[in-house]
Design a binder for this molecule. Structure first.
Ligand code: NDP
Ligand code: MG
Length: 386
Protein backbone atom coordinates (compact mmCIF):
# COMPACT_ATOMS: atom_id res chain seq x y z
CA UNK A 1 0.00 0.00 0.00
CA UNK A 2 1.19 3.51 -0.85
CA UNK A 3 1.42 5.31 2.51
CA UNK A 4 0.85 8.66 0.77
CA UNK A 5 -2.42 7.49 -0.78
CA UNK A 6 -5.48 9.59 -0.01
CA UNK A 7 -7.81 7.43 2.05
CA UNK A 8 -11.40 7.53 0.89
CA UNK A 9 -14.56 6.55 2.77
CA UNK A 10 -16.95 5.56 -0.01
CA UNK A 11 -20.34 5.88 1.69
CA UNK A 12 -22.88 4.22 -0.60
CA UNK A 13 -20.28 2.08 -2.38
CA UNK A 14 -22.87 -0.32 -3.83
CA UNK A 15 -24.72 2.42 -5.74
CA UNK A 16 -24.12 3.87 -9.17
CA UNK A 17 -21.78 6.63 -7.91
CA UNK A 18 -20.11 4.26 -5.42
CA UNK A 19 -19.29 1.69 -8.13
CA UNK A 20 -17.91 4.40 -10.45
CA UNK A 21 -15.82 5.75 -7.57
CA UNK A 22 -14.29 2.33 -6.94
CA UNK A 23 -13.33 2.14 -10.63
CA UNK A 24 -11.63 5.53 -10.31
CA UNK A 25 -9.82 4.44 -7.14
CA UNK A 26 -8.71 1.16 -8.72
CA UNK A 27 -7.28 3.00 -11.73
CA UNK A 28 -5.54 5.69 -9.64
CA UNK A 29 -2.19 3.90 -9.55
CA UNK A 30 -2.12 3.97 -5.75
CA UNK A 31 -2.89 7.69 -5.34
CA UNK A 32 -6.28 6.81 -3.86
CA UNK A 33 -7.31 4.01 -1.52
CA UNK A 34 -10.78 2.93 -0.35
CA UNK A 35 -10.41 2.67 3.44
CA UNK A 36 -14.15 2.45 4.19
CA UNK A 37 -17.05 1.05 2.14
CA UNK A 38 -20.74 1.12 3.04
CA UNK A 39 -23.95 -0.51 1.83
CA UNK A 40 -27.53 -0.57 3.04
CA UNK A 41 -28.99 -3.73 1.48
CA UNK A 42 -26.64 -5.17 -1.16
CA UNK A 43 -24.39 -7.01 1.30
CA UNK A 44 -23.11 -9.66 -1.13
CA UNK A 45 -21.89 -6.88 -3.43
CA UNK A 46 -20.25 -5.18 -0.44
CA UNK A 47 -18.32 -8.37 0.36
CA UNK A 48 -17.13 -8.59 -3.26
CA UNK A 49 -16.02 -4.96 -3.14
CA UNK A 50 -14.18 -5.62 0.12
CA UNK A 51 -12.35 -8.57 -1.46
CA UNK A 52 -11.23 -6.35 -4.34
CA UNK A 53 -10.30 -3.24 -2.31
CA UNK A 54 -9.31 -4.58 1.13
CA UNK A 55 -10.72 -1.62 3.11
CA UNK A 56 -10.11 -1.23 6.84
CA UNK A 57 -13.85 -1.11 7.52
CA UNK A 58 -17.10 -2.07 5.84
CA UNK A 59 -20.34 -0.64 7.18
CA UNK A 60 -23.70 -2.30 6.73
CA UNK A 61 -26.11 0.45 7.73
CA UNK A 62 -29.30 -1.65 7.88
CA UNK A 63 -29.77 -3.84 10.92
CA UNK A 64 -30.77 -6.75 8.63
CA UNK A 65 -27.00 -7.12 8.24
CA UNK A 66 -26.89 -9.09 11.50
CA UNK A 67 -28.62 -11.99 9.69
CA UNK A 68 -26.15 -12.02 6.77
CA UNK A 69 -23.19 -14.40 6.51
CA UNK A 70 -20.11 -12.16 6.50
CA UNK A 71 -17.54 -14.97 6.42
CA UNK A 72 -16.42 -13.85 2.93
CA UNK A 73 -14.90 -10.62 4.25
CA UNK A 74 -11.11 -10.57 3.87
CA UNK A 75 -8.85 -10.73 6.92
CA UNK A 76 -8.06 -7.21 8.12
CA UNK A 77 -11.48 -5.80 7.19
CA UNK A 78 -13.69 -5.04 10.17
CA UNK A 79 -17.50 -5.05 9.91
CA UNK A 80 -19.57 -2.33 11.59
CA UNK A 81 -23.37 -2.55 11.61
CA UNK A 82 -25.93 0.27 11.90
CA UNK A 83 -26.43 3.81 10.61
CA UNK A 84 -24.57 5.30 13.61
CA UNK A 85 -21.37 3.66 12.36
CA UNK A 86 -21.50 5.93 9.29
CA UNK A 87 -21.44 9.04 11.46
CA UNK A 88 -18.73 7.68 13.71
CA UNK A 89 -16.31 6.34 11.10
CA UNK A 90 -15.86 9.60 9.21
CA UNK A 91 -13.89 11.20 12.08
CA UNK A 92 -11.25 8.45 12.14
CA UNK A 93 -7.68 8.90 10.97
CA UNK A 94 -8.15 6.28 8.25
CA UNK A 95 -10.36 8.78 6.37
CA UNK A 96 -9.02 11.79 4.46
CA UNK A 97 -11.98 12.29 2.11
CA UNK A 98 -15.60 11.24 2.54
CA UNK A 99 -17.35 10.47 -0.74
CA UNK A 100 -20.99 11.11 0.19
CA UNK A 101 -22.79 8.82 -2.25
CA UNK A 102 -25.71 7.62 -0.13
CA UNK A 103 -29.04 8.47 -1.77
CA UNK A 104 -31.57 10.80 -0.14
CA UNK A 105 -31.76 12.30 3.34
CA UNK A 106 -30.14 9.18 4.81
CA UNK A 107 -26.86 10.77 3.70
CA UNK A 108 -27.27 13.96 5.74
CA UNK A 109 -25.97 12.95 9.16
CA UNK A 110 -22.71 11.39 7.97
CA UNK A 111 -21.96 14.43 5.79
CA UNK A 112 -22.59 16.66 8.81
CA UNK A 113 -20.22 14.55 10.97
CA UNK A 114 -17.56 14.58 8.27
CA UNK A 115 -17.58 18.39 8.09
CA UNK A 116 -17.47 18.65 11.90
CA UNK A 117 -14.39 16.40 11.78
CA UNK A 118 -12.78 18.81 9.28
CA UNK A 119 -12.80 16.16 6.57
CA UNK A 120 -13.02 17.02 2.89
CA UNK A 121 -16.41 15.92 1.54
CA UNK A 122 -16.75 14.93 -2.10
CA UNK A 123 -20.48 15.48 -2.29
CA UNK A 124 -22.69 13.47 -4.63
CA UNK A 125 -25.64 13.46 -2.22
CA UNK A 126 -27.36 16.64 -3.40
CA UNK A 127 -30.29 16.13 -1.01
CA UNK A 128 -27.97 17.19 1.84
CA UNK A 129 -27.47 20.69 0.39
CA UNK A 130 -31.08 20.95 -0.73
CA UNK A 131 -32.36 20.22 2.79
CA UNK A 132 -29.74 21.92 4.89
CA UNK A 133 -27.62 24.05 2.52
CA UNK A 134 -27.03 27.11 4.72
CA UNK A 135 -26.20 24.96 7.76
CA UNK A 136 -23.85 22.71 5.81
CA UNK A 137 -21.93 25.56 4.20
CA UNK A 138 -21.72 27.43 7.54
CA UNK A 139 -20.43 24.26 9.19
CA UNK A 140 -17.82 23.74 6.48
CA UNK A 141 -16.72 27.36 6.87
CA UNK A 142 -16.55 27.12 10.68
CA UNK A 143 -14.37 23.98 10.63
CA UNK A 144 -12.39 24.89 7.51
CA UNK A 145 -13.67 21.75 5.75
CA UNK A 146 -13.96 21.59 1.97
CA UNK A 147 -17.11 20.56 0.12
CA UNK A 148 -16.17 19.47 -3.40
CA UNK A 149 -19.08 18.88 -5.77
CA UNK A 150 -19.41 15.54 -7.52
CA UNK A 151 -22.72 16.32 -9.23
CA UNK A 152 -21.52 16.84 -12.82
CA UNK A 153 -23.14 20.27 -13.25
CA UNK A 154 -21.71 21.62 -10.02
CA UNK A 155 -18.31 20.12 -10.74
CA UNK A 156 -18.42 21.91 -14.10
CA UNK A 157 -19.34 25.22 -12.45
CA UNK A 158 -16.68 24.73 -9.77
CA UNK A 159 -14.10 24.26 -12.54
CA UNK A 160 -15.39 27.14 -14.69
CA UNK A 161 -15.40 29.53 -11.70
CA UNK A 162 -11.64 29.27 -11.61
CA UNK A 163 -11.61 31.55 -14.67
CA UNK A 164 -12.72 34.59 -12.61
CA UNK A 165 -13.78 35.93 -9.20
CA UNK A 166 -17.11 35.11 -7.58
CA UNK A 167 -17.98 38.84 -7.61
CA UNK A 168 -17.53 38.79 -11.41
CA UNK A 169 -20.19 36.12 -11.98
CA UNK A 170 -23.30 37.22 -13.87
CA UNK A 171 -25.06 33.87 -13.87
CA UNK A 172 -24.60 30.13 -13.54
CA UNK A 173 -26.17 28.09 -16.34
CA UNK A 174 -27.10 24.51 -15.42
CA UNK A 175 -27.48 22.15 -18.34
CA UNK A 176 -30.14 19.41 -18.36
CA UNK A 177 -30.45 16.52 -20.79
CA UNK A 178 -34.26 16.82 -20.73
CA UNK A 179 -34.63 13.17 -19.73
CA UNK A 180 -36.64 10.51 -21.57
CA UNK A 181 -39.85 12.58 -21.95
CA UNK A 182 -38.45 15.76 -23.47
CA UNK A 183 -40.50 15.29 -26.63
CA UNK A 184 -43.38 13.07 -25.43
CA UNK A 185 -46.83 14.61 -26.11
CA UNK A 186 -47.98 16.15 -22.81
CA UNK A 187 -51.19 14.08 -22.68
CA UNK A 188 -49.13 10.86 -22.70
CA UNK A 189 -47.16 11.78 -19.58
CA UNK A 190 -49.95 10.62 -17.25
CA UNK A 191 -49.60 7.00 -18.34
CA UNK A 192 -45.82 6.84 -18.19
CA UNK A 193 -44.71 3.53 -16.61
CA UNK A 194 -41.93 2.92 -14.10
CA UNK A 195 -39.77 1.14 -16.68
CA UNK A 196 -40.19 4.03 -19.17
CA UNK A 197 -39.18 6.55 -16.48
CA UNK A 198 -36.13 4.45 -15.61
CA UNK A 199 -34.81 4.50 -19.19
CA UNK A 200 -32.64 7.59 -19.22
CA UNK A 201 -31.33 8.42 -22.71
CA UNK A 202 -27.83 9.38 -21.54
CA UNK A 203 -27.00 8.56 -17.92
CA UNK A 204 -27.07 5.21 -16.12
CA UNK A 205 -27.89 6.16 -12.52
CA UNK A 206 -29.72 4.91 -9.44
CA UNK A 207 -33.55 4.72 -9.66
CA UNK A 208 -34.39 7.80 -7.55
CA UNK A 209 -32.26 10.26 -9.51
CA UNK A 210 -33.36 8.69 -12.80
CA UNK A 211 -37.00 9.45 -12.00
CA UNK A 212 -35.95 12.91 -10.78
CA UNK A 213 -34.36 13.48 -14.19
CA UNK A 214 -37.57 12.50 -15.97
CA UNK A 215 -39.68 14.97 -13.90
CA UNK A 216 -36.84 17.56 -14.01
CA UNK A 217 -37.00 17.59 -10.20
CA UNK A 218 -33.32 16.69 -10.41
CA UNK A 219 -32.64 20.10 -11.98
CA UNK A 220 -34.89 21.79 -9.40
CA UNK A 221 -32.80 20.20 -6.64
CA UNK A 222 -29.63 21.24 -8.48
CA UNK A 223 -30.78 24.89 -8.58
CA UNK A 224 -31.06 24.79 -4.78
CA UNK A 225 -27.76 22.90 -4.50
CA UNK A 226 -25.99 25.56 -6.63
CA UNK A 227 -27.56 28.42 -4.68
CA UNK A 228 -26.02 27.24 -1.39
CA UNK A 229 -22.83 25.71 -2.70
CA UNK A 230 -21.75 28.79 -4.65
CA UNK A 231 -23.55 31.46 -2.59
CA UNK A 232 -25.32 33.05 -5.58
CA UNK A 233 -28.92 34.33 -5.67
CA UNK A 234 -31.59 32.06 -7.14
CA UNK A 235 -32.19 34.56 -9.94
CA UNK A 236 -28.56 34.24 -11.02
CA UNK A 237 -29.16 30.59 -11.95
CA UNK A 238 -30.53 29.58 -15.36
CA UNK A 239 -31.38 26.16 -16.76
CA UNK A 240 -30.92 25.17 -20.38
CA UNK A 241 -31.78 21.90 -22.10
CA UNK A 242 -28.72 20.38 -23.76
CA UNK A 243 -29.65 16.91 -25.05
CA UNK A 244 -26.06 15.74 -25.77
CA UNK A 245 -24.94 16.23 -22.13
CA UNK A 246 -21.42 17.18 -23.19
CA UNK A 247 -21.40 20.70 -21.78
CA UNK A 248 -21.95 19.96 -18.11
CA UNK A 249 -22.72 23.58 -17.14
CA UNK A 250 -21.49 27.10 -17.75
CA UNK A 251 -20.56 30.29 -15.94
CA UNK A 252 -21.36 33.64 -17.54
CA UNK A 253 -19.15 36.46 -16.23
CA UNK A 254 -20.07 40.16 -16.05
CA UNK A 255 -18.10 40.95 -19.22
CA UNK A 256 -20.28 38.52 -21.22
CA UNK A 257 -17.67 35.77 -21.40
CA UNK A 258 -19.08 32.28 -20.91
CA UNK A 259 -16.81 29.51 -19.61
CA UNK A 260 -17.98 25.90 -19.88
CA UNK A 261 -16.65 22.49 -18.90
CA UNK A 262 -17.05 19.77 -21.54
CA UNK A 263 -16.51 16.02 -21.58
CA UNK A 264 -18.54 12.96 -22.60
CA UNK A 265 -21.23 12.05 -20.04
CA UNK A 266 -19.32 9.86 -17.58
CA UNK A 267 -19.56 10.38 -13.80
CA UNK A 268 -16.08 8.97 -13.30
CA UNK A 269 -14.60 12.32 -14.37
CA UNK A 270 -16.26 14.58 -11.73
CA UNK A 271 -15.62 11.88 -9.12
CA UNK A 272 -11.95 11.69 -10.09
CA UNK A 273 -11.65 15.48 -10.13
CA UNK A 274 -13.08 15.77 -6.60
CA UNK A 275 -10.98 12.93 -5.17
CA UNK A 276 -7.71 14.28 -6.62
CA UNK A 277 -8.45 18.00 -6.18
CA UNK A 278 -6.53 20.30 -6.59
CA UNK A 279 -4.57 18.03 -8.93
CA UNK A 280 -5.66 16.73 -12.31
CA UNK A 281 -4.62 13.20 -13.14
CA UNK A 282 -4.96 10.91 -16.17
CA UNK A 283 -7.99 8.69 -15.77
CA UNK A 284 -10.42 6.19 -17.23
CA UNK A 285 -13.33 8.48 -18.09
CA UNK A 286 -14.33 8.60 -21.75
CA UNK A 287 -12.78 11.39 -23.82
CA UNK A 288 -14.17 13.52 -26.63
CA UNK A 289 -13.26 12.35 -30.11
CA UNK A 290 -12.21 15.46 -32.03
CA UNK A 291 -11.81 13.52 -35.28
CA UNK A 292 -15.62 13.16 -35.52
CA UNK A 293 -18.12 15.92 -36.28
CA UNK A 294 -20.58 16.56 -33.49
CA UNK A 295 -23.16 19.21 -32.72
CA UNK A 296 -24.16 20.79 -29.44
CA UNK A 297 -27.74 22.04 -29.03
CA UNK A 298 -29.22 24.30 -26.34
CA UNK A 299 -32.87 25.22 -25.84
CA UNK A 300 -34.86 26.78 -22.99
CA UNK A 301 -36.96 24.33 -20.94
CA UNK A 302 -40.75 24.34 -21.39
CA UNK A 303 -42.26 25.40 -18.01
CA UNK A 304 -45.54 23.59 -18.74
CA UNK A 305 -43.77 20.28 -19.34
CA UNK A 306 -41.38 20.73 -16.40
CA UNK A 307 -43.27 22.49 -13.54
CA UNK A 308 -40.74 21.13 -11.05
CA UNK A 309 -38.28 23.85 -12.07
CA UNK A 310 -40.52 26.54 -10.59
CA UNK A 311 -40.45 24.68 -7.25
CA UNK A 312 -36.67 24.67 -7.35
CA UNK A 313 -36.53 28.44 -7.83
CA UNK A 314 -39.08 29.06 -5.08
CA UNK A 315 -37.16 26.97 -2.56
CA UNK A 316 -33.83 28.50 -3.58
CA UNK A 317 -35.33 31.96 -2.92
CA UNK A 318 -37.13 31.05 0.31
CA UNK A 319 -34.44 28.93 2.01
CA UNK A 320 -35.39 27.90 5.58
CA UNK A 321 -37.37 24.68 5.76
CA UNK A 322 -38.58 24.76 2.15
CA UNK A 323 -35.71 22.73 0.62
CA UNK A 324 -36.07 19.99 3.24
CA UNK A 325 -39.81 19.77 2.60
CA UNK A 326 -39.36 19.61 -1.18
CA UNK A 327 -36.58 17.04 -0.94
CA UNK A 328 -38.45 14.76 1.49
CA UNK A 329 -41.82 15.05 -0.27
CA UNK A 330 -40.15 14.26 -3.58
CA UNK A 331 -38.21 11.31 -2.18
CA UNK A 332 -41.41 9.82 -0.77
CA UNK A 333 -43.36 10.60 -3.95
CA UNK A 334 -40.72 8.94 -6.13
CA UNK A 335 -40.79 5.93 -3.79
CA UNK A 336 -44.58 5.77 -4.20
CA UNK A 337 -44.28 6.05 -7.99
CA UNK A 338 -41.66 3.28 -8.11
CA UNK A 339 -43.95 1.19 -5.90
CA UNK A 340 -46.85 1.65 -8.34
CA UNK A 341 -48.84 3.83 -5.91
CA UNK A 342 -48.66 7.23 -7.62
CA UNK A 343 -48.93 8.39 -11.23
CA UNK A 344 -45.86 9.99 -12.76
CA UNK A 345 -47.70 13.27 -13.30
CA UNK A 346 -48.70 13.45 -9.62
CA UNK A 347 -45.16 13.58 -8.26
CA UNK A 348 -44.71 17.32 -8.81
CA UNK A 349 -48.27 18.43 -7.80
CA UNK A 350 -47.93 16.40 -4.60
CA UNK A 351 -44.65 18.19 -3.82
CA UNK A 352 -46.21 21.58 -4.64
CA UNK A 353 -49.18 20.95 -2.35
CA UNK A 354 -47.02 19.76 0.58
CA UNK A 355 -44.64 22.68 0.14
CA UNK A 356 -47.55 25.16 0.17
CA UNK A 357 -49.12 23.53 3.25
CA UNK A 358 -45.98 23.40 5.36
CA UNK A 359 -45.28 25.51 8.40
CA UNK A 360 -42.35 27.59 7.08
CA UNK A 361 -39.47 28.32 9.42
CA UNK A 362 -36.75 30.66 8.11
CA UNK A 363 -34.04 29.52 10.55
CA UNK A 364 -34.59 25.86 11.43
CA UNK A 365 -32.31 23.76 13.63
CA UNK A 366 -31.10 20.38 12.39
CA UNK A 367 -33.68 18.66 14.63
CA UNK A 368 -36.46 20.80 13.17
CA UNK A 369 -35.34 19.82 9.67
CA UNK A 370 -35.43 16.15 10.64
CA UNK A 371 -38.94 16.64 12.05
CA UNK A 372 -40.27 18.47 8.98
CA UNK A 373 -38.69 15.86 6.72
CA UNK A 374 -40.70 13.17 8.56
CA UNK A 375 -43.90 15.25 8.31
CA UNK A 376 -43.46 15.80 4.55
CA UNK A 377 -42.98 12.07 3.95
CA UNK A 378 -46.13 11.24 5.88
CA UNK A 379 -48.12 13.77 3.85
CA UNK A 380 -47.41 11.77 0.69
CA UNK A 381 -49.64 8.98 2.01
CA UNK A 382 -52.62 11.33 1.29
CA UNK A 383 -51.68 11.19 -2.37
CA UNK A 384 -51.26 7.45 -2.73
CA UNK A 385 -54.12 6.41 -4.93
CA UNK A 386 -53.49 3.56 -7.36
P1 NDP B 1 -28.06 4.44 -5.92
O1 NDP B 1 -29.48 4.19 -5.60
O2 NDP B 1 -27.47 3.78 -7.12
O3 NDP B 1 -27.14 4.09 -4.65
C1 NDP B 1 -27.48 4.55 -3.38
C2 NDP B 1 -26.46 4.07 -2.34
O4 NDP B 1 -26.92 4.48 -1.05
C3 NDP B 1 -26.31 2.55 -2.27
O5 NDP B 1 -25.00 2.22 -1.89
C4 NDP B 1 -27.30 2.17 -1.16
O6 NDP B 1 -27.00 0.95 -0.51
C5 NDP B 1 -27.10 3.33 -0.20
N1 NDP B 1 -28.29 3.57 0.63
C6 NDP B 1 -29.59 3.56 0.22
N2 NDP B 1 -30.41 3.83 1.28
C7 NDP B 1 -29.60 4.01 2.34
C8 NDP B 1 -29.85 4.28 3.73
N3 NDP B 1 -31.09 4.44 4.22
N4 NDP B 1 -28.79 4.39 4.56
C9 NDP B 1 -27.51 4.22 4.10
N5 NDP B 1 -27.22 3.95 2.80
C10 NDP B 1 -28.25 3.85 1.94
O7 NDP B 1 -27.90 6.03 -6.03
P2 NDP B 1 -26.89 6.87 -6.95
O8 NDP B 1 -25.50 6.32 -6.82
O9 NDP B 1 -27.48 7.08 -8.28
O10 NDP B 1 -26.96 8.30 -6.24
C11 NDP B 1 -26.30 8.55 -5.00
C12 NDP B 1 -26.39 10.05 -4.71
O11 NDP B 1 -25.63 10.74 -5.72
C13 NDP B 1 -27.81 10.63 -4.80
O12 NDP B 1 -27.96 11.62 -3.84
C14 NDP B 1 -27.87 11.22 -6.20
O13 NDP B 1 -28.76 12.31 -6.27
C15 NDP B 1 -26.44 11.69 -6.39
N6 NDP B 1 -26.01 11.77 -7.78
C16 NDP B 1 -25.98 10.65 -8.54
C17 NDP B 1 -25.59 10.69 -9.86
C18 NDP B 1 -25.49 9.45 -10.71
O14 NDP B 1 -25.01 9.54 -11.84
N7 NDP B 1 -25.93 8.29 -10.24
C19 NDP B 1 -25.21 11.98 -10.50
C20 NDP B 1 -25.23 13.08 -9.58
C21 NDP B 1 -25.62 12.98 -8.27
P3 NDP B 1 -27.56 -0.48 -1.09
O15 NDP B 1 -27.38 -0.44 -2.55
O16 NDP B 1 -26.68 -1.48 -0.45
O17 NDP B 1 -28.98 -0.58 -0.67
MG1 MG C 1 -26.41 16.42 -11.96
Amino acid sequence: MNSLAKQIAVLGSTGSIGVSALEVIKASGGRLRASVLSAHSRFAQLVEQAQAHRPQYVIASDKAATRFDWSGLPAGTELLVGAEALDEIVSRDCVDIVLAAIVGSAGLQSTWSALESKKTVALANKETLVSAGPMMTRLAHKFGALILPVDSEHSAIFQALQAGQLAEVQRLVLTASGGPFRNLPLEELKTVTVSEALEHPIWNMGPKITVDSATMMNKALEIIEARWLFGVEADQISVVIHPQSIVHSLVEFIDGSVVAQMSPPDMRLPIQYALNYPDRTPGIAKRLDWSQAFALEFEPPDPERFPALQLGYECARAGGTSGAVLSAANEAAVGAFLGGELHFTEIVPACRSILDAHNFNANPTLNQLVEIDRWAREEISNWVCI
